[in-house]
Design a protein. Sequence first.
Length: 301
Amino acid sequence: MALMAGLRVPARALLRSGCWLRGAALAGAEAAAGLGAGVRRFGSQRVLVEPDPAAGVAVVKLKSPPVNSLSLELLTELVISLEKLDNDKTFRGIVLTSDLCGVFSAGLDLTELCGRSPAHYAEYWRALQELWLRLYLSGLVSVAAVNGASPAGGCLLCLSCDYRVLADSPSCVIGPNETRLGIVAPFWFKDCMVNTVGHRAAEQALQLGTLFPPAEALRVGLVDQVVPEDQVQSTALAAMARWLAIPDHARQLTKSMMRKPTADRLAKHREADVQSFVSFVSRDSIQKALQTYLEKLKQKG
Ligand SMILES: CC/C=C\C/C=C\C/C=C\C=C\CC(=O)SCCNC(=O)CCNC(=O)[C@H](O)C(C)(C)COP(=O)(O)OP(=O)(O)OC[C@H]1O[C@@H](n2cnc3c(N)ncnc32)[C@H](O)[C@@H]1OP(=O)(O)O
């Protein structure tokens, strides 16, 4: 741990801030490329939105150090940003990526699932459902530029997008590792897996809690492209251009036809799903398993 301005800041977070410095340099490059002129970044504390109105695309960056775990705050801020972009006719597509080095998203924030009240668990789960439904059914083209590890809930975010580009680095693992924590992915995560990689591959990955390295993720169809780390965003933007070449109304109706039945399974039973989660996560055995996992993570650090 390093001490900074009276706050305990993990050394890893300071290292990752190297990415933010690189981000500042990139901002200069963007300005030089014309993005700066009259185009302003917006967003919130944990979600940075870099709009390119001329292209109709916004790059949405998760920036909740140290690992972009999906806290209630991050979920809420992401929903708000997506809603804003969905309702703004300027935009036809988003690239979802991470502003941190080496991590796309660590999945659900385990501190939200440990030692809290049933009311808190319910609020948290509703926020996660809201984010998934909004992203999964968004009329915008969504491309995930997966520039870091993306376990469990991080993988769900990627699967909710239309297209996935993963960085070719051994640390960039992606997959549904829930069972390894002693927990169970919700049925709508399972459905997303099945829709993406097929029943057999999904069943194996979900039961075994597999975290796929890039080449395996590509082979199984969990991601669509694997490219060198420094080409993830440009490749995502190139993919976006291909998707944007299709008329919106035809693509959107097709997307809805493909995805609505899956989304409706949750939309029609949201409250039952909340209650099922609350009773599952409140069990002593699950609380113990989550605490133990969280402690192991902290000791590793
Ligand atoms: C009946 C059924 C009904 C409904 C469904 C029921 C239940 C479903 C319930 C839950 C579903 C959950 C899905 C999930 O997403 S669970 C989360 C799974 N995520 C993980 O396993 C990832 C764990 N993290 C890592 O593997 C690594 O941190 C990493 C690869 C992402 C990054 O590695 P680094 O070496 O770069 O960083 P670390 O040193 O490991 O971590 C830094 C720091 O961050 C803390 N942390 C990491 N991950 C999480 C997390 N997910 N939540 C909270 N905090 C996390 C870690 O402890 C370190 O903290 P300190 O700095 O030491 O304090």
